[in-house]
Design a protein around this ligand. Sequence first.
Ligand SMILES: Cc1cn([C@H]2C[C@H](O)[C@@H](COP(=O)(O)OP(=O)(O)O[C@H]3O[C@@H](C)C(=O)[C@@H](O)[C@H]3O)O2)c(=O)[nH]c1=O
Length: 182
Amino acid sequence: MQAQPLAIPEVVLFTPKVFGDERGFFFESFSERAFQEATGLSVAFVQDNHSKSSYGVLRGLHYQLAPKAQGKLVRVVQGAVFDVAVDIRRSSPTFGQWVGALLSADNKQQLWVPPGFAHGFVTLSDTAEFLYKTTDFYSPEHERCILWDDPQIGVDWHFADQPTLSAKDRLGIPLCNAEVFA
Ligand SMILES: Cc1cn([C@H]2C[C@H](O)[C@@H](COP(=O)(O)OP(=O)(O)O[C@H]3O[C@@H](C)C(=O)[C@@H](O)[C@H]3O)O2)c(=O)[nH]c1=O
């Protein structure tokens, strides 16, 4: 497992070592030891999620407020997405900045999105199946959504068409009005 901190270094891109042979492939999709070595964090993942999206579906930018903030370790097992993390920790030198990565079934990469970040992705393939582990349970009362196209953040989604959003995500609010992290 190779770990690469992105421009916001708390966000880490993992590339697994894939063993291919005549049967197919094998790789360790999660190792607590490798994760701890790369991030310096000892976290407990308590929930696994799996979603499927059609081409152009954009989910985000989502987060849960403290004390139910979630770290997320995300990956794609079918198709491809562009995945984005936005730093929404007000005291952070990178507050309001974003980083992103192309995650696909082919590259098998995973992104660690720590607590204190809003997260979203857009589906670049016909369909995409998206799997992620979270460090806290789902808590609808703490759930918030920032507008995917907030100009203050200026995410380049690597997607030229108009994305398909949920009703909830259409009601996302700009970062300047959002409840965020200290
Ligand atoms: C996220 C979540 C949703 N649900 C339910 C609520 C709702 O009826 C249905 C669909 O929920 P949503 O529309 O919020 O699903 P979705 O838009 O896929 O939400 C997810 O988006 C990505 C970008 C994230 O970062 C995740 O943390 C999560 O917010 O699933 C759960 O039961 N548990 C969960 O953990």
